[in-house]
Design a protein. Structure first.
Lengths: 98, 98
DNA sequence: ATCTCATATGAAAAATAAATCATATAACTT
DNA sequence: AAGTTATATGATTTATTTTTCATATGAGAT
């Protein structure tokens, strides 16, 4: 294997990270807003945001004591659309894991 | 979350499955050929092929006692291209997990 | 029918990833 | 500078995935 492209997918393969991505698809959000939207624990969200940021799936900007997270729509949005297409065409709306 | 799209990505997020996909990118292969190409254990490959098949990332056809696995290029190929693009643009060729 | 080759399967073990909990840091407020 | 809000971090626990190993099945050859 040339590169570790599969690492990239570990983010999208995770329910929590995926939910975060879906939330940020609508608009940029602060950590607190993400927590409230998803009703998940603070440190859980922070940990997940960290790895998403490191892989440039999301980007952060500081705003006072808040941190606003924004989706990298350029590549992530088409990616999500592609799975939807795959699911529609080949999995009749859902794709089973096992 | 409406659908379980993230399940789809679990396949691409796995090094063994990813290697299989990369091998099948070139041409359809029998299980034995995949084993020889990747130098991996038989049952390991079989298990991995099973879930890839169930998610329609690959398709099988029987040929005597062999089973030929083929990549579903329609959706998987563009998917791989998108990660490459992402890596080039945002990760300088590689995308770290942590 | 038996043998061999090709592949699949199930259960247990091993590896990996994710969540949790306690605590730390950073910036603003008073 | 002490308090408070917002977020991050590290270590441990917990959960999930993957591999392994032994065995089963299926198809063609003898």
């Amino acid at each position: 294997m040339k590169n570790k492209s599969y690492n990239f997918f570990t983010h999208l393969a995770n329910p929590t990270k995926f939910k975060i991505i879906m939330a940020l698809k609508e608009s940029p959000l602060s950590v607190t807003e993400i927590i409230n939207t998803l009703k998940e624990e603070q440190s859980k969200i922070s940990h997940n945001l960290k790895s998403l940021t490191q892989c440039h799936i999301v980007e952060v900007k500081k705003q006072g004591k808040k941190r606003i997270y924004e989706l990298n729509k350029d590549t992530i949005l088409p990616m999500i659309e592609l799975v939807k297409l795959h699911a529609r065409k080949y999995c009749l709306g859902k794709c089973h894991k096992d």
